[in-house]
Design a protein around this ligand. Sequence first.
Ligand code: F6P
Length: 364
Amino acid sequence: MAKRRIGILTGGGDCPGLNAVIRGVTKTAINRYGMEVIGFQDGFEGLIENRFKFLTFEEVSGILTQGGTILGSSNKANPFAHIVIENGKKVVKDVSDETMQLYEDLDLEALICVGGDGTMTIAGMLAEKGANVVGVPKTIDKDLEETDTTFGFDTARLVATEAIDRLHTTAQSHHRVMVVEVMGRNAGWLALESGIAGGGDIILIPEIPYQIEEIFRVVRQRGRFGKRFSIIVVAEGAKPEGGEQVINKIVEDSPEQIRLGGISHIIADQIERETGIESRVAILGHLQRGGTPTPLDRILATRFAVKAMELVEQKKFNEMVAIKGNEIVSVPIKNVMGRQKLVPLDCPLIDAGLSVGTNFGIKM
Ligand code: F6P
């Protein structure tokens, strides 16, 4: 009898903990269920182009602590909108039927898709075409619906918090305003949580459009109380009231084309011009996505992996694993597709920030 076989891929932007999932899935599949595992390379690109490798104990040994993904990832590949060059021109093609054929030919019992909202949306569409899909949520943005958190977030929050701590001392020495820009796309989770952990004086998130006058007021007021420096933590997606987000780059081949970034420069320039206080910028960028995952992310990634394999064994497909409270559960992938979890205005952390005097760029 042929050996039972599953496939796994990591899609979208990488984050710490992906390798912990690959290891968790592979070891559980082999140890518990006697299955073999193939890993598609570069996300859905590997599935489209039939590029994969067999994942053995040796392949996944020692990767628990490594950042990135040993399989590679792509935030452009999509079987429903695959870009090919024909006669020197880019043409977008739906190759999902061919992809499904490959999935059938490989005799996969299931396909585990590790990714964010973009990956879950494609996974859900493949499920509609008949693939047995299980989703595992990752992103440093923590913006996936139906799960309290995602692995990768804790590590990014630690990197951002450490950066804010370091910037504090230099801001203090030079009596400067430091504007720290963190990632997160349209969600303010990373800015909010690292800002609270790092004691940011002002935290600006996309969900609360700011008034620049209020920022001037806070910086000046701190000066009057003898605090000649200020730390402003700004999410890359933050915007002024009545204004727009700052776009850093358009990635044409990507399903999600907009890359945000640069708002910190605008804010720092405005503060320096208006208040005369020297202002500097630190954009943390991809530093937040690299390096070894925290213990919390390793544990979450491992628990997600084990649960994903449990779902495969139970033939409970087209579900995404999730964490609710401290329980690992699963939810239908279709509940997650095309949605983003933003910071609600009644978030207890905003209230906690207000209690300790944090300003959110408007009077609240
Ligand atoms: O979704 C994760 C994320 O790091 C966002 O926080 C950020 O906006 C985006 O990806 C950056 O994408 P790229 O790696 O394509 O620059």
